[in-house]
Ligand binder design. Structure first.
Ligand code: F0G
Length: 419
């Protein structure tokens, strides 16, 4: 079964056995996983038809021949991730032909990271790895800790930038039993350390530079298209931090197209904040180079990343999908978060970056009035409740909904309620 997949360098194209524990090529560049999809899915039209009768399966299993055909079913570690809602919010935003939100915050650990972790931790389980590790801005660590906790005989270790993640994000790895280390640095500093550590010691790295995780994350785009009955939208808009997710989205859509399961390609838009926008700056210079930056504090703390590891993969997908990269302000992201939250759809500040980006691109006429747009919501608002409470308590904010306090008197309550 494992002969269906190989690691291949994205730069020099050297191939490695999929059973090797390896994250980079000898030339230093990242690897990607390639599958013999023609062998895994010999009849794509039939595969498509069978999917509908397979809805009882979890998403990873349903799409497994596209995601990771080499993984034996017996090694699967799942928390029933996937099958997340695709909300149609067009009525609230008629400036779009259609606007849909793919809510990946409705996964077991409340972020899209579960999609990659089902692949990554299952593969670690298959390889017999006892120790797994990830550096994180808070969501990778939560997902890794949960899946490692769910596997037998697997210990999770997480490296976090101390004081830079939300209390809810911190509560997750601790509760799931991972060894949790706060480091006096930023995410990029944690990422550097985790690479040094895993080069030296026998600990399996589960950051998205491990290309096995990218394969699991392809499910987000594939499932969205399945929900859309394979009608391809004009745009996918997605927030970008370490750039793994946009790479996964592109790879999955590319493979669907190559198999003839979809008949057109959407465009991709990656969005960053002004505080951490290395990919945006690279886009402005025609992707001629990446200038790593010291990422500044932002409400979108999960994407406060100045040196994205999957940069080369991301620009390859952006070029292939006629993509654009946008950057937005802190005020925009919090105001758009408030407007989506008000619809009863709780989104995190990082996801709001993508929403704000979609709005900015629409205002600029890059996204056209007659186009269909899907925005990827990457985590649930409840993982970042402080940002919402702070926003709504401050009356200077455009959509603030302040709480009121009263003494326990009916007349006082009536006064406040204007009755
Ligand atoms: N949205 C959320 C909620 C995230 O947690 C992340 C990344 C992203 C967007 C960006 O995705 O890095 O693939 O471009 N979080 C990582 C983490 C870095 O450690 O949890 P990306």
């Amino acid at each position: 079964m494992a002969d269906l997949s190989v690691f291949k360098c994205i730069s020099c194209y050297k191939e490695y056995d999929i059973q090797e524990i390896r994250y980079r090529c000898e030339c230093g560049n990242l690897l990607e996983v390639l599958h013999d999809l023609k062998a895994a899915i010999s009849n794509p039209q039939k595969w498509k038809e069978i999917l509908d009768s397979n809805m009882a399966e979890i998403a990873f299993t349903r799409y497994k021949s596209l995601l990771f055909p080499s993984l034996p079913d017996a090694s699967l570690i799942t928390l029933s991730e996937g099958d997340t809602p695709l909300y149609d919010v067009t009525k609230s935003f008629p400036q779009f032909n259609s606007l849909k939100l793919k809510h990946e915050g409705m996964n077991p650990t409340l972020s899209f990271k579960d999609r990659g972790m089902v692949a990554g931790v299952s593969w670690a389980n298959y390889l017999g790895c006892e120790n797994v590790i990830g550096a994180s801005t808070g969501d990778t660590s939560a997902a890794m800790a949960a899946y490692a906790g769910s596997a037998q005989n697997m210990k999770g270790i997480v490296l976090l930038p101390k004081g830079k993640i939300s209390p809810e994000q911190l509560a997750q790895p601790i509760s799931f039993g991972a060894l949790t280390v706060g480091i006096e640095t930023d995410f990029d500093g944690c990422m550097k350390l985790v690479q040094e550590l895993t080069e030296k010691h026998n600990i399996y790295l589960l950051n998205s530079m491990n290309s096995v995780r990218i394969e699991g994350q392809k499910a987000i785009g594939i499932e969205t298209l399945h929900q859309l009955n394979w009608e391809v939208p004009d745009w996918f808009v997605i927030p970008v931090g370490n750039a793994g997710n946009i790479s996964a989205l592109g790879k999955g859509l590319r493979e669907l197209y190559e198999l003839g399961i979809i008949d057109k390609l959407p465009r991709l838009a990656g969005v960053q904040t002004e505080s951490a926008s290395p990919l945006f700056k690279s886009f402005l210079n025609g992707y001629s180079k990446l200038v790593p930056q010291k990422a500044q504090p932002t409400k979108a703390s999960a994407i406060q990343i100045g040196d994205p590891v999957s940069y080369r993969k991301a620009i390859r997908e952006l070029k292939h999908f006629d993509g654009v990269v946008e950057s937005i302000t802190e005020t925009d992201l919090m105001d758009w978060k408030a407007q989506i939250d008000r619809l009863g759809i709780s989104i995190c500040p990082n996801s709001a970056v993508a929403v704000a980006g979609a709005m900015k691109l629409r205002d600029a006429g890059i996204i056209k009035q007659n186009e269909d747009v899907v925005v990827i919501i990457t985590a649930h608002g409840s993982k970042f409740s402080n940002t919402a409470v702070e926003y709504h308590q401050d009356e200077r904010n455009k959509f603030a909904n302040q709480t009121r306090g009263v003494i326990p008197e009916l007349s006082e309550l009536e006064r406040i309620l204007k009755l």
